[in-house]
Design a protein around this ligand. Structure first.
Ligand SMILES: Nc1ncnc2c1ncn2[C@@H]1O[C@H](COP(=O)(O)OP(=O)(O)OP(=O)(O)O)[C@@H](O)[C@H]1O
Ligand SMILES: [Mg+2]
Length: 215
């Protein structure tokens, strides 16, 4: 089955993806600040958890207290979070013509549950696309980083961060497969670059999308 993807006709939809500690939150906030300074209305959001239901789902999925969770259960909890998030946060903001920046989206599920957990990207993709009505970001910024480097940027570990290095290496490879599949909608950056350098490259690409139109 192929998924052509649907793209919002009004607002710009940008997503940050990458492994643990790769700089997604840092860069999504810098992009938000830059766009707001330029006069854009921006909705910065994240998955999992940026809705009331999503916060409950996030707690279940990420809390070490949850213990073992069947891989399919984990996948479906993430999918439920995405359905709620797209329907109540992302689409309405895009329909209002806002710029939506999300810190993680469908690719995280494909990479973590599909590739990391071994459920298979091809098997989980229909579920994730169905959950999100196949709504795609105009641009996904993939912050690519060797997992050991990203995990070293933190001390505490949640359920997913605590997985093995092999797991995180499969996740990284999964993200890169997704970017290779659709290069027109991706910007892959070396997350070891200085914060300002990454931010400048993101601004270049987003600026040209805003100037030149996007689809
Ligand atoms: N380019 C960079 N070089 C060095 N350190 C960085 C860089 N970008 C971010 N950091 C630092 O790495 C840590 C993790 O960054 P950040 O929280 O933005 O990552 P993240 O991808 O959002 O992580 P998580 O997956 O846990 O949400 C922070 O302490 C941040 O200051
Ligand atoms: Mg973060």
């Amino acid at each position: 089955m192929t998924y052509p993807g649907t793209y919002a006709a009004t607002g710009l939809f940008v997503c940050f993806e990458g492994g643990e500690g790769s700089g997604k939150s840092t860069q999504s906030q810098l992009l938000r600040d830059w766009l707001e300074d330029a006069g854009h209305v921006v909705r910065l959001t994240h998955e999992p958890g940026d809705t009331a239901v999503g916060q409950e789902l996030r707690r279940i999925v990420l809390s070490p207290e949850t213990g073992d969770l069947d891989d399919r259960t984990e996948m479906l909890l993430y999918a439920a979070d995405k359905a709620e998030h797209v329907e109540t946060v992302v689409r309405p903001a895009l329909d209002r013509g806002e710029v939506v920046i999300t810190d993680r989206y469908v690719d995280s599920t494909l990479a973590y549950q599909g590739s990391g957990r071994g459920l298979g990207i091809d098997d989980v993709e229909p579920v994730a696309r169905w959950a999100t009505g196949d709504l795609r970001p105009h641009l996904t910024v993939l912050l690519d980083l060797e997992p050991a480097a990203g995990l070293d940027r933190f001390e505490g570990r949640d359920r997913i961060e605590g997985e093995s290095l092999d797991f995180h290496r499969r996740v990284r490879a999964g993200f890169l497969v997704l970017a290779d599949r659709d290069p027109a909608h991706y910007l892959v950056l070396d997350a070891r670059l200085p914060v300002d350098e990454v931010a400048a490259r993101v601004r270049d690409r987003v600026g040209s999308l805003l100037d030149g139109g996007y689809s």
